[in-house]
Design a protein around this ligand. Structure first.
Ligand code: ADP
Ligand code: MG
Length: 417
């Protein structure tokens, strides 16, 4: 047997605020004006659908990134993170260009840049210190936890008036996405940032990414009480190196865009809607795929279309407490990501296989893939045991030791102090 698997416990808001504040005062020799927090997320189903105007279903984790912040009167920004307290990064917002900040500081500084670009001229410089218990690069969206906590904090200190309503938060989400895409150079479709700023405790967020929808049309809160159905959601971080910046994610996006062009539609959602409205969806899907020029593109599109179809089915199965059906849909999603979309790696496949063998209702990779985490819907009280079994198999295969956490649908970003 391998070492006992580590479970990552979330910080309480008090602990998170304390850590961020301590780092702030030590670094900048002043008190922060306030502390904000925003969570990482895990997506239950609907993967690689956000950039196809599709559907997805994330929950917010209890694991959050905390930002202690103080405005400045000039345009200088200084940021520091508990990851390396000696590494204070500085930038000047005046004249800042896309990709003008390198490394981790691009994420928070890019948010201020994006808000200024969007016309929020009251946003000036600031000092900020970050503390986080969201594992980095694990597919649980530490990047969105950072950009969204920053967006909320800037909203607070510069009185933008967007943070208090779901609709206002759409503006903050846009700034967080723009920061990741254009300052950090990370291609991201909006799922992570929407989850971090729109989820509510005890609910999964059903997101619809069709363009032009209002706040109320684009999201609904779906009851998600695992305990009521005698289940728990195990999240296991494989700790395999993960990067969405190496071009694979972008390549998938481009293939989807080319496929949409080929089919004469704006996005693959339009195809999905037609397929599922048809008398025989299977034939309709086969008909659409037959119009595509190559096998790879057909596989990618098949994933996107079938995955969009699985999201409402999962919501319905969950609402009637049918965990077998919900699990089966998770398995189908996982297999589609593995064989059609080809975004898994041996660590993800191994973790999923072991979880299923140990009796999970369903298990699949979650997030962008190429590393990161899996989720498994398991009988309440069995998560630790199953996580340990996965860790044992990882040790046998000489993979890095994984870590785990238990996911409870939690609140979105908020002011802590
Ligand atoms: P994920 O969002 O799945 O965790 P990403 O690669 O999208 O993975 O984002 C991880 C990156 O975000 C890190 O490499 C780092 O640049 C930045 N980051 C996130 N959280 C922190 C933090 N607390 N301190 C410093 N940088 C962070
Ligand atoms: Mg990310």
């Amino acid at each position: 047997m391998s070492q006992p698997i580590e479970f990552i416990e979330p910080l309480t808001d008090e602990q998170g605020a304390q850590q961020a504040t301590d780092l702030f005062t030590k670094t900048f020799s002043a008190q922060p004006n306030g502390v904000w927090a925003s969570p990482g997320r895990v997506n239950l189903i609907g993967e690689h659908t956000d950039y196809n105007a599709g559907l997805c279903l994330p929950i917010a984790l209890p694991h959050r990134t905390y930002i202690a912040i103080r405005p400045r009167t000039d345009t200088t920004v200084r940021v520091v993170s508990t990851l390396d307290p000696s590494d204070v990064r500085t930038a000047d917002l005046a004249g800042l260009q896309a990709r003008g900040v390198k490394g981790w500081a691009a994420y928070p500084i890019g948010v201020a840049w994006a808000l200024r670009q969007a016309g929020f001229t009251s946003v000036t410089g600031f000092d900020a210190a970050f503390a986080s218990c969201v594992p980095l690069g694990s597919g649980l969206s530490s990047s969105a936890a950072m950009t969204c906590s920053t967006a909320l904090a800037l909203d607070g200190i510069f009185d933008l008036g967007k943070g208090d309503s779901d609709e206002g938060r759409l503006t903050l989400i846009d700034a967080a996405i723009k920061s990741e895409n254009e300052m950090a150079g990370a291609s991201t479709g909006g799922l992570d940032q929407s989850a971090s700023l729109r989820c509510t405790a005890g609910h999964a967020l059903l997101l619809d990414f069709r363009p032009g929808l209002s706040a109320t049309q684009s999201a609904t809160q779906e009851d998600c009480d695992f305990a009521r159905y005698g289940v728990e959601l195990l999240v296991l971080d494989t700790r395999a190196p993960h990067s969405l910046n190496d071009g694979q994610y972008e390549l998938r996006r481009q293939t989807c865009e080319r496929a949409a062009q080929q089919l004469g539609v704006k996005n693959l959602r339009e195809v999905a809607d037609k397929v599922f409205a048809a008398g025989n969806p299977k034939d309709a899907l086969a008909g659409a795929l037959a119009l595509l020029p190559d096998q790879i593109m057909r596989q990618r599109v098949r994933h996107v279309i079938t995955e969009i179809g699985r999201v409402p089915q999962f919501v319905q199965a969950f609402a009637r407490g049918d965990m077998n059906k919900a699990g089966e849909l998770m398995n189908q999603s996982g297999d589609s990501l593995r064989y059609d979309y080809e975004v898994t790696i041996p660590e993800l496949d191994t973790a999923v296989d072991v979880a299923r063998k140990c009796g999970a209702f369903g298990a699949r990779m979650t997030g962008g893939g190429f590393g990161g985490s899996i989720i498994a819907l398991v009988k309440a009280g069995t998560g630790r045991q199953i996580a340990q079994k996965i860790a044992d198999e990882f040790a046998r295969r000489e993979f890095r030791a994984p870590r785990a956490l238990s996911a409870v649908p939690s609140v979105s970003g908020h002011r802590v102090q």
